[in-house]
Ligand binder design. Sequence first.
Ligand code: URA
Length: 209
Amino acid sequence: MSKFTVLNHPLIQHKLTLIRNKDTGTQEFREIVNEIAELMVYEITRDLPLKDVKVTTPMGETVQKELAGKKLAVIPILRAGLGMVDGVLQLIPAAKVGHIGMYRDEKTLQPHEYFVKLPSDIDQRELFIVDPMLATGGSANMAIDALKKRGAQHIRLVVLVAAPEGVHAVQTNHPDIDIYAAALDEKINENGYIFPGLGDAGDRLFGTK
Ligand code: URA
């Protein structure tokens, strides 16, 4: 079974409360989403492998650590996932960025893939799928399918707010994928929104309605 981890660092909790507030405007919302994404990636990358390297300081030679060349990529699910990309790149500027576009069929409510553009070597990369809201898990499951179909080996899912239903759906379909969230909320309401959640993440990020 995949791991589900809530990253409840005090700074993450504080910032998440700020963006849950309905009176937080677009600019502040966008900035804080990126800040939370950055803090989450800081926590998630604790297990990145290191290797020994020689370095000469002004005082002399020493052996120290550097990242062992693990290649990373961040894959936002369009459109709300875009809001987390800059935060990730702030910490990992050399990461490649792939995109997965999904729309929800109005009748069936099922997600459909309409755009996939990925780094050519995704099979060799550690991939972070980012999407602020894990509600039913439909989009996340499709995004993971899309990446696996193209050869991805190491995928993690990073969301801000998760609903129990979404966590269960991803863990059931993809028991090999670890999920990280800033919060686990109560439920999905009758309109498909996470409660208490933060509303429509895409609309709040981009100032649309
Ligand atoms: N997508 C959102 O943007 N918000 C929710 O609450 C659920 C899905």
